[in-house]
Design a protein around this ligand. Sequence first.
Ligand SMILES: [Zn+2]
Length: 60
Amino acid sequence: MPEAIKKTSKAKCPQCSKPTVQDYRPFCSKRCADLDLGKWLNEQYVLPGDSEIPDDIGES
Ligand SMILES: [Zn+2]
């Protein structure tokens, strides 16, 4: 039952559903990668004034 095996065979760009290009995985182009990055940045900027900074930087 080779149903779940071919899951990693062909990825699609989450932006435009074109086939992924290896250089820009998981996207199809730099443009789509930039779009997604911009989306993430926007969402971060939109976050309500809670400045939750992960402070596990120098704690040992
Ligand atoms: Zn794309």
